[in-house]
Design a protein around this ligand. Structure first.
Ligand SMILES: [Zn+2]
Length: 84
């Protein structure tokens, strides 16, 4: 964890999750992916040590929805395919 993480804590989850939140969550984990750096994995988007806050936020939403890793990977693949 870096100092900004410690200062701000975790991002709050939305009280009621909508399909839109799921979309944001998928986008967050898709954009905030790990990139290999000499000192370890870092976020491709904000260069914070991976997993960064937004990545963790997205994962927490998807986990809370009870999605399996496989379902999450499918959603991510769909998201990436739609961006091409
Ligand atoms: Zn990030």
């Amino acid at each position: 964890m870096d100092s900004i993480d410690e200062l701000l804590g975790e991002l709050p989850l939305p009280p009621y999750m909508t399909a839109e939140d799921i979309g944001f969550a998928v986008k967050a984990v898709t954009v905030h992916v790990a990139e290999q750096w000499p000192d370890g994995p870092r976020c491709r988007s904000d260069r914070a040590p991976h997993p960064c806050r937004l990545h963790r936020w997205g994962r927490r939403i998807l986990d809370q929805r009870g999605l399996t890793d496989r379902q999450i990977r499918t959603l991510i693949a769909e998201q990436e395919a739609s961006q091409r």
